[in-house]
Design a protein around this ligand. Structure first.
Ligand SMILES: Nc1nc2c(ncn2[C@@H]2O[C@H](COP(=O)(O)OP(=O)(O)OP(=O)(O)O)[C@@H](O)[C@H]2O)c(=O)[nH]1
Ligand SMILES: [Mg+2]
Length: 470
């Protein structure tokens, strides 16, 4: 296309070709002008594509899951996927067996290590041993159990290699402050897996249907199944042995909730034909160390289908710096506060009470200017564990003095904490805003499905309101 010059336009007059232009000069000028136009068109097309992509992204609802480590973020994401990406969930179901077997075998090996140390008289790492304790009456059967369960060491390292699992930062060995019976419990080292590693493992059977030999990355999963099935009775014997339980208590070893759950289901999990249930998958535990991004298609009430992106972050202290870049792009934050943890300390800093840490984080989230226009949703999570703790006789006000003389009951604790978190929203938000608070146990798929429905409708309504307002 060639520029045409309008004699009435002052700019056109200035840029008009010279009156005495030769045919050659005219051809060269027209070529230059055509080239300039081509470049200009290309830039316009790029700007247009950029605008369209941004518009498409703008239509996407972005949700950020926040909260301290072990608060239940990844478990919440799994609930979302179970309900709103059901086909993929079903496809990946069998592959979760690898993670669950890893959790199970790791727990057994932790117990075996403790028994071995107690038998050999290895002193406790950094605690003062109670001199009044009598030596435990180990039998030869305990030693034989250790030998017969030996092959599980190899299974753990195979599964670790297959999952690309790495140990997370280790627990500091010295503690500040005066230790109480609960903060002396030692969580064993946890493992994390990069999101692409996990995705590879979960999707391997789907990507490689042609050669379903049970072998993945050099690890024969049929062998793993055989070893675990062969060790079933010995694993049950180890876990249900009174002296072994006493070892765990003396050595103050705290197995995580998933490990305890899986150990309680040993015969089912060791069966050769074992296929994980929804609840098993929700319980599978791998610590998150990078930002995991999952796209879901949600059905809106009046808005038709809508794409959501859910970001799951690592919650331990060293991971929190990675949260910030997501603050100015998300539509909603779902914050998880595990309220059963009122008497526990952070793994990464045993001086800090876990509930206190959740309050500090929540305050930071509410005060953030970047999140001023973001919908805030809070899950007061691990209600099932709170119930169990209270039923076992733990007194809340001994760990949370501000609780005062309120009844030592789950309902009253939830009411009190809900109000405290809501007060923070009121006091710290740059502008007045609402916050929806849900008591949850996200390892329970049924009740969580109901909560997610309400969360989804709330977020969609808010999104629509903002879109109309803009
Ligand atoms: N009993 C019970 N266990 C829960 C609940 N929510 C989470 N868990 C368990 O707590 C552990 C931690 O849950 P995750 O979802 O992995 O925690 P996270 O917040 O993603 O932790 P990081 O990845 O370390 O930041 C897992 O073993 C879960 O099965 C709950 O409501 N009740
Ligand atoms: Mg996680």
């Amino acid at each position: 296309m060639v520029f045409h010059h309008d004699a009435t336009d002052p700019l056109a007059v200035i840029t008009a070709p010279p009156a005495n232009e030769t045919a050659e000069e005219r051809a060269a000028r027209e070529e230059r002008e055509a080239e300039a136009q081509r470049i200009s068109d290309a830039i316009d097309a790029e700007i247009h594509a950029d605008k369209m992509a941004r518009k498409k992204r703008e239509g996407v609802v972005k949700i950020l899951l926040l909260g301290q480590s072990e608060s239940g973020k990844s478990t919440t994401l799994k609930n979302f996927r179970m309900k709103y990406a059901h086909d993929k969930w079903i496809e990946e179901r069998a592959s979760w067996r690898t993670v669950i077997h890893f959790n199970l075998v790791r727990a057994i090996n932790i117990i075996l290590d403790a028994v071995q140390q107690e038998i050999s008289g290895v002193p406790l790492e950094d605690e003062v041993q109670d001199p009044s304790l009598r030596p435990l009456a180990f039998t030869n059967e305990h030693r034989r159990l250790g030998l017969r369960l030996g092959p599980l060491r190899g299974v753990e390292s195979d599964l670790k290699r297959l999952l690309g699992a790495n140990p997370t930062e280790s627990r500091p060995s010295s503690r500040g402050g005066s230790p109480s019976p609960t903060d002396a419990l030692k969580p064993p080292q946890e493992f994390s897996v990069r999101s692409w590693n996990l995705r590879n493992v979960l999707q391997a059977p789907r990507l490689d249907r042609s050669k379903r030999t049970g072998k993945q990355d050099g690890v024969d999963l049929n062998d793993v199944t055989e070893v675990i099935a062969g060790c079933k009775d010995d694993m049950v014997a180890l876990w249900t042995d009174g002296i072994v339980r006493e070892v765990l208590s003396r050595r103050r070893i705290k197995l995580d909730d998933s490990a305890t759950f899986f150990l309680g289901q040993l015969p089912r999990l060791s069966d050769r034909g074992y296929v994980p249930t929804d609840e098993d998958i929700l319980r599978a535990r791998l610590r998150t160390v990078d930002i995991q991004e999952h796209e879901l298609q949600m059905g809106g009430d009046s808005d038709g289908r809508q794409n959501w992106i859910i970001y799951d972050v690592g919650g331990s202290r060293t991971q929190r710096a990675a949260w910030l870049p997501y603050f100015d792009q998300v539509n909603a934050v779902i914050f998880l506060a595990p309220i059963s943890c009122f008497d526990e300390k952070l793994t990464e800093d045993p001086r800090v009470n876990r509930l206190e840490d959740s309050f500090i984080l929540w305050k930071a989230v509410c005060s953030s200017k970047l999140l001023t226009n973001t919908t805030l949703i809070m899950f007061l999570n691990k209600i099932d564990l709170l119930e169990k703790k209270i039923a076992s006789g733990v007194v809340v006000k001994q760990h949370l003095p501000s609780y005062g003389d309120r009844p030592n009951e789950t309902g009253a604790v939830v009411k009190y904490l809900r109000q405290k978190f809501k007060d923070t929203v009121k006091q710290c938000s740059p502008e007045p805003r609402a916050c929806h608070v849900y008591p949850t146990s996200v390892t329970d798929p049924k009740t969580t499905a109901v909560t997610l429905l309400s969360v989804r409708d709330g977020i969609l309504r808010e999104h629509l309101k903002r879109a109309n307002f803009v």
